[in-house]
Design a protein. Structure first.
Length: 221
């Protein structure tokens, strides 16, 4: 499983086995928080199995999702920038200590380069999402985040793209800074336009071109 982690690909099977023996694995329940802004944390977390949400608290304590991270992905605790890390489902995390990280980077500099690329890509996606919140109406924000989810985790079916993770309207709202009722209206508008369909909380893309048109709109459509 670890061999499929993006930035650990340069490691041999023996090196991965050594990494497992030297780094603790921890299991978290759904909604359990395992990193907070108050922690002075230099660890690297690898999502071995499950899904993690990184979020901040905004005005009135409202949660703002910055990104979600699936299994086979790693992230640096110090890059959370005053954020929380929370398990969304039963999740197993491999935690690399600062000492282990320095040892790993010293032996395999390519691992550090790959990890920085992953972090930079995630920061870019977060910046784009926050820019959308400032510039776009809710339907455009919903369309934008769906397009982003297609790029991150979409799978191709006989009828087009499908997002395999189930996203509630509340969960999507936390990702784009909108209330659940506003997201529900936006989803309905996208369905009426023929851009998407929703089956058992799975989003299916009916017309990617129409969806992208909504995503690029700067005002209500």
């Amino acid at each position: 499983m670890l061999s499929g982690v993006d930035f650990l690909e340069p490691l041999s099977e023996e090196e991965l086995e050594e990494l497992l023996t030297r780094s603790p694995q921890r299991h978290y329940r759904p909604r359990e928080i395992f990193s907070t802004p108050s922690e002075d944390d230099d660890r690297i977390f690898v999502v071995k199995e499950g899904r993690v949400r990184i979020y901040k608290l905004g005005p009135q304590g409202r949660e703002q999702t910055l990104t979600e991270i699936g299994d086979g992905t790693g992230f640096m605790a110090q890059r959370l920038q005053g954020s929380y890390a929370q398990a969304l489902e039963p999740t197993t995390i491999l935690a690399l200590s600062e000492e282990e990280t320095k040892r790993l980077f010293g032996r395999k500099p390519e691992v550090a380069i790959r990890l920085l690329r992953v972090v930079a890509g995630r920061l870019r996606q977060t910046d784009e999402r926050l820019a959308d919140i400032a510039l776009k109406e809710v339907p455009a924000r919903v369309a934008s985040v769906i397009v982003q989810l297609i790029e991150e985790e979409g799978v191709v079916t006989g009828e087009g793209y499908k997002i395999p993770t189930r996203y509630t309207h509340e969960r999507l709202g936390a990702m784009i800074g909108a209330k659940r009722v506003s997201v529900s209206r936006a989803i309905r508008k996208l369905k009426e336009a023929g851009a998407i369909e929703v089956h058992k909380r799975h989003i299916h893309i009916s017309d990617l071109q129409v969806l992208r048109w909504f995503a690029e709109a700067k005002r209500s459509v």
